[in-house]
Write a protein that binds this ligand. Structure first.
Ligand SMILES: [Zn+2]
Length: 469
């Protein structure tokens, strides 16, 4: 259960930024933190389903099928082909939501392990495919964000509901689960559901392809929310099949998938931008992503990405994209270790020009993006009242705009005006001999639209929105 359970769950609090990173730098940047995502994989001593539970399931399924009228046992006239047994719930906008924690163990010896691809993504005696939700699996569970669905149509031949669903360690609890028998007599087991999420359909009722079955949870012997998906050729546990076709599949050979996914799927699962660190507490507390979409101009933000199948030697390319599409800054992350799931975060100084920016991550040819706003208030709010330190009037303006700045320290101030895509269209310097200055700009020749005025000294920066009619 906890064999691959990676150490401290609470992300380290940064005590020092050893690599101050400034805007417009391009190149390789050391990450500020990260590593293996706190994993959730059961192990040999702590199987997803115990031997006693297998015996219980067999008895229940056999009895349920006897009781069903008419007899739902069907002739093996068709071949069962599976679609993917999970889907993101409506509203989950992440780039992906899962990784595979364990395949079926094809090695009959103990403690030997071997998955269908002759790799070691399994544990001794494992009989299913563990599809883990990520990142934030408990948050996803709380919010019903990842649903198990029928990978193939069939009849419900067993289900249980109402069991505790926030397990973090091996136990002998019964899981919330459902077993579907297909037209060819084979069965699929869907295990570890969230409490009270299992479909209200009854044993004996049919489910269609893709029909909702339950929410990914951590009921039964489980260390965090995941789906254990197991295939039998009949109603006997001894008829176990491995649905993945590969060199080391000795349990049936041909694929059961309508479209078998590759053995690994390196990808960015989620990109996010934060003012403060995300919190990954110890199981079973719900995680706190602390994801933000609004940031102060010129502040330092934390750029997170979460990976599936990070592979040693690979490179993740990241950049902050200006409102107009050009690159504000870019950097890379070079993988020196392989992980089933991992995360990294970087501190970056944000642009000073208000606008909608994009955090873009590219891994394995796939782009995962997240938009964020510098100076939300300026983008959303009307400008300037007369009591402020900076007065801009008239605003909106058609011709001459006056900028009056009060209560400042004497010194040199740089004034710059940027358009909505971040291009600098005007710039000037003002020497403030006292605690204020005033400056006029002509915007007569400028196109109508939104502009941002930046007033900057070596000690301060103020930004105001100007609307040109
Ligand atoms: Zn499992």
């Amino acid at each position: 259960m906890i064999s691959k359970y990676f150490t401290a769950m609470l992300m380290p609090v940064l005590t020092a930024f050893t690599l101050p990173v400034f805007a417009q730098n391009t190149g390789i940047t050391e990450h500020e933190g990260g590593g293996a995502y706190p994993l959730i994989v059961n192990d040999a001593a702590h199987p997803c389903i115990t031997q006693q539970q297998y015996e219980m399931i067999e008895k229940r399924v056999a009895q349920n099928i006897r009781l069903l009228k008419p007899d739902t046992r069907q002739k093996k006239t068709t071949t069962t082909l599976f679609s993917w047994p999970l889907r993101p719930a409506a509203g989950l906008a992440d780039c992906s939501y899962y990784y595979i924690g364990n395949y079926v163990d094809e090695d009959p010896t103990s403690p030997g392990i071997k998955d269908y691809n002759c790799g070691a993504v399994t544990y001794d005696g494992h009989r299913g495919t563990d599809i883990c939700t990520a990142p934030y699996p408990f948050l996803k569970m709380d919010n019903n964000q990842v649903e198990a669905i029928a990978a193939a149509p069939g009849t419900i031949v067993d289900k249980q509901e109402g069991h505790f669903d926030k397990n973090c360690a091996f136990n002998t609890d019964t899981a919330n689960y459902i077993i579907i028998q297909h037209a060819d007599g084979s069965c699929a087991l869907y295990w570890h559901f969230k409490k009270n999420s299992v479909t209200t359909k009854l044993i004996g009722q049919t489910v269609g392809l893709g029909e909702y079955l339950g929410v990914c949870g951590s009921s039964g012997s489980s260390t965090a929310p995941h789906l254990h998906f197991e295939v039998w050729a009949s109603i006997l546990s001894s008829s176990l099949r491995d649905p993945w076709a590969g060199t080391c599949n000795s349990l049936g050979g041909a694929t059961w998938w309508a479209a078998q996914k590759p053995y690994t799927e390196p990808a960015v699962i989620k990109a996010q931008v934060n003012n403060i660190l995300a919190v990954l507490p110890t199981c079973p507390a719900t995680e706190t992503p602390n994801e933000d979409s609004c940031f102060a101009a010129g502040s330092t933000a934390k750029f997170f990405f979460f990976l599936r199948n990070e592979t040693i030697g690979d490179t993740v390319h990241e950049r902050i994209v200006n409102p107009g599409g050009s690159t504000f800054t870019s950097w890379t992350h070079n993988s020196i270790t392989s992980y089933l799931a991992s995360y990294w975060y970087f501190n970056k100084v944000l642009p000073v020009i208000p606008g909608v920016y994009t955090y873009e991550t590219i891994y394995n040819g796939i782009t995962c993006s997240k938009n964020f706003v510098v100076e939300c208030g300026l983008l959303g709010e009307p400008a300037i009242t007369s009591q402020e330190q900076v007065m801009v009037y008239p605003n909106p303006v058609t011709n001459i705009v006056t900028i009056a700045v009060n209560d400042i320290e004497p010194g040199i101030y740089k004034l710059s005006l940027n358009n909505i895509v971040g291009q600098e269209v005007l710039t000037d310097k003002v020497q403030a001999d006292h605690n204020s200055f005033q400056k006029d700009f002509s915007l007569a020749s400028m196109p109508a639209g939104i502009y941002f005025l930046s007033i900057e000294s070596d000690k301060t920066r103020m930004v105001r929105k100007i609307i040109k009619d």
